[in-house]
Design a protein around this ligand. Sequence first.
Ligand code: GLC
Length: 634
Amino acid sequence: MALKQTEQIFNERLAECYDELKWLYMELYHDEHAFAYFVQMLKQFYEERPASLRKWDEKRTAQKDWYKGNQMLGMVMYVNAFGGTINGVRKHLDYVKSCGVNYLHLMPLLESPQGRSDGGYAVSNFRKVDPSLGSMEDLAALAKECHRNEISICLDFVMNHTSEDHEWAVKARQGDIDCQNRYFFYDDWTIPNQFEETVPQVFPTTAPGNFTYNEETGKVVMTTFYPYQWDLNYANPTVFNDMTANMLYLCNQGVDIIRLDAVPYIWKELGTNCRNLPQVHNLVRMMHMAADIVCPGTLLLGEVVMEPSKVVPYFGTVDKPECQMLYNVTTMASTWHTLASRSVKLLRHQLGTVFALPKDYTFLNYLRCHDDIGWGLDYDYLETDGLSQIPHKKYLNDYLTGKYPGSDSRGELYNDDPRLGDARLCGTTASLCGIEAAVFENDDGKLEWAIRLDTMLHAFLFTQSGVPVLYSGDEIGQLNDYSYHEDPLKREDSRYLHRGDFDWKLAELRKDPDTRQGKLFQAIQNLIAIRKSHDVFNGLADTWLVETNHDRVLGIGRYYHGEKLIALFNFSEHAETVSLGESEQYLDLVRKEPVSLDTVTIEAWDFCWMFLKYPEEGKPEPEKKPAKRKRKLT
Ligand code: GLC
């Protein structure tokens, strides 16, 4: 492309958002010089963007809703656990493709000190790949190959903090005041103690407190997460400029989706809880505009592990979007509550909230991820049902760790805080569903149930609008990995329970329908194929709750362009019957047989996907009960 034309495109994109960008920037920083630097930096990254990625941008912007349909399927994995190195992942791309995956989230892979890395979330160099995993060239080559295969790459952008070994932190430790000003340094504990009065703790047992005394400087530094993860001070424009540059650098390697790690935490203010402050939204909005100017094919995925009313504002507004995608964390946690409690009431309530949101909002749906399951449930709602927070959390944890009589779940607690009666939970989907217990006890009957439950949860995942993301290994029912207990670098952090190496030997068994791996893999693959071949699963479909008049059976309806789906999920260990009183004949998409919706019996832990296609002409509008519009959300 001729230089002039290139410059023109940049100028046009900049002009489109210049006023808003400058307004937000000046509101935060009041610094013309820093703003001019920021704009120049955008131009530099725009000019450096490889031609192939500019073409990719064109393709993506021409099809703005590319991630909203029913074709998207994600998988999240650790590079070392799956392929050893980035090149190893590349070699196994055929496997990823064979699972139907076209969105690959690679867990943190940038340089991070061993033993002080929080699984790669303490980055010491944002422009260097951890040498044990490969190089930046390997990452760019993998991205290129993924793009050739129509697979998008997602990478974490750990923006709240750096490792204490990052160049800025090293200089700060040596007494460089400019670098100290990139973090929160205090001469004594007076201000830190004031912060502690209002700021909750993220890791109350594994890393208590939000500050750490630094011997080298004799000062106290803010460390919301682990003591070796130093919080960046985004009130300093240099931090924002340089971190945005780091993000754009990764985008220019071919990363399509930037996961904004721990984004609610990036602005701190004394006297507040330092979460979700209004300035955070200004920063995210500016990062969105930066990406629109430099690499408009890129999406922002916000990691906001909070209740829905806190999550939704990160979508921004139609005119001023922030993140294109957000984690559907409350639905995930409510699903595990439902499994343990056998009552679908809370999940119905939660889905009602989600269904009432604009369809344009895209959620990333998942059953398990690399983190623990935090019990951020809607306790106000649960209290109306007679459940109070502390005993209920205890029940959930007892059930899902298999302590509760009759439970076959095998999880472990995470950050158990007996003072507050609080603990979160770890474990793979398969182990939580009972597959581990069944294998251990050599009980075929139990195994069949557990596989059915695991399949049903995946069906529920695929029934939701948005992008479903599989946790690598879940597709073959990988079990907990207890070896972390023996590893001194990992044993304090039970999240490693579900971060085991992908077992390629067991994965081979997926082709054999007589093995447990084969049963689960093929059942999940079948669901994926059905989802991709029926538009009713499109993210822009109408969705509503189907009244089942049954506490253990969840009903969801979907409608899109003449296709209707009624999905029922039985969260109980007994067969249950519901009457929907509909006379039309539906098609059971899994069993491929006609089914009447008058009365439906669903086996224990099973589900039904019932489908109806209206004739093209004169199609009746489906009868539907829209979810109650609870306008609790902002
Ligand atoms: C995010 C990550 C988590 C990590 C934390 C600190 O919440 O998901 O794994 O510990 O950020 O970076």
